[in-house]
Write a protein that binds this ligand. Structure first.
Ligand SMILES: NC(=O)c1ccc[n+]([C@@H]2O[C@H](COP(=O)([O-])OP(=O)(O)OC[C@H]3O[C@@H](n4cnc5c(N)ncnc54)[C@H](O)[C@@H]3O)[C@@H](O)[C@H]2O)c1
Length: 329
């Protein structure tokens, strides 16, 4: 190991959906740097249908790869998308390694389709595997972390959620739901040494390839910018995993944040409130007042980044106070 290398010796990590794609890369690299890893994977295709893996499962293959280089890992084939499965995944970590330090929720699949025709089955399956799994595995993992006063949680969100993508209403809603989950966990975990962050990756996992198996609206490709071939070499898992390893490391002190790891660019993604327009405090505004002030309301040149609901009130109180002082003076 190189000097000053980020190290996971003695740490126990759970990675959901670690049999393929990005999750596999996280598991291999965490183990390479000393972590004991629960490689969770149900073994499904990109639409969540059983693969019927004959012989060795994807999760077992990853475990064998880790063990062949002297690392420690166990496979867990439970679904993270059920309450029982989530508990069993965390129990697998406790049984094999005695604790949980790191939880990366990465498992998932897609069931794309136009918003107006998405069925309950389409919506619920996506909510279960992306959003609810964050609760099902996250709750027992959080409880285990709390016992040791240490934890690193990383939820996999998506650019589709933060920025938008047609035919992914189910997926985008679930993935943005994970952002809300991160915000709450980060606040609740702070006093227990537990940090929570979210990731917007673009890698070469099966879901990132956008191959023929995916359903997209006709003409979508026309919106793809010219020059994608230039950045294609960086659309690989190797350009996502370093950000993930950093965020779940002991050295990282960041929490309550979202980062994009896309095509070699690593960027903070944030939610902000513009300075906005301050209405008269004695007389409620009319809709026409809102219309007239939309430019100020929309002006993103000055903004705040609230980190708890109450933060939003601070600049409003300050502006109100300044206005009163001006009036008084
Ligand atoms: N690849 C990208 O570019 C990209 C972009 C944005 C977001 N993401 C997100 O990153 C994550 C990984 O994507 P990927 O492309 O590596 O996917 P992938 O299909 O290569 O791997 C996902 C794994 O999750 C497993 N899985 C599915 N349902 C499961 C369940 N209920 N329980 C346990 N395991 C289950 C699958 O068997 C599969 O091995 C997903 O959450 C995806 O939405 C990926």
């Amino acid at each position: 190991m190189r000097q000053n290398e980020i190290c996971f010796d003695g740490r126990v990590a759970i990675v959901t959906g670690a049999g393929n794609g990005l999750g596999r890369d996280y598991a291999l690299n965490l183990a390479r740097r000393g972590a004991s890893v629960v490689v969770n994977d149900l073994g499904v295709d990109t639409r969540g249908q059983p693969l019927g893996e004959n012989g060795e499962s994807a999760a077992q293959k990853v475990v064998r790869e880790i063990e062949s280089t002297g690392g420690k890992a166990v496979a867990c084939h439970e679904s993270c998308a059920t309450r029982e499965g989530g508990s069993a995944i965390v129990q697998a970590a406790l049984d094999a390694f005695g604790k949980v330090d790191i939880f990366i929720h990465n498992a998932g699949f897609l069931r794309n389709g136009p918003f107006e025709t998405q069925t309950d089955a389409q919506i619920k399956a996506i909510m279960d595997v992306h959003l609810l799994a964050g609760f099902y595995v996250g709750q027992p993992a959080f409880a285990a972390m709390k016992r040791n006063g240490y934890g690193r949680i990383l939820m996999t969100s998506s650019a589709s959620a933060f920025f938008g993508m047609p035919w992914q209403a189910n997926y985008a809603a679930a993935k943005l739901g994970l952002a809300g989950l991160v915000n709450a966990i980060a606040l609740e975990g702070k006093s227990h040494g537990i940090q929570a962050n979210g990731l917007l990756p673009a890698g070469s996992g099966r879901l990132g390839r956008g191959d023929g198996e995916m359903d997209w609206p006709e003409g979508l490709m026309a919106a793809v910018p010219d020059g994608m071939e230039m950045i294609a070499p960086c659309m690989r898992n190797a350009y996502v995993t370093p950000m993930v390893l950093w965020l779940v490391s002991e050295r990282c002190k960041t929490s309550h944040s979202f980062y994009s790891a896309t095509a070699g660019r690593f960027a903070k993604i944030f939610i902000g409130a513009t300075q906005g327009w301050l209405s008269d405090f004695d007389t409620p505004p009319m809709p026409e007042d809102i219309e007239r002030h939309m430019a100020e309301i929309d002006d993103v040149s000055t903004f705040e980044m609230p980190h708890i609901v109450f933060d939003e009130f601070r600049p409003i109180i300050a502006a109100h106070r300044a206005r009163l002082e001006k009036k008084g003076g």
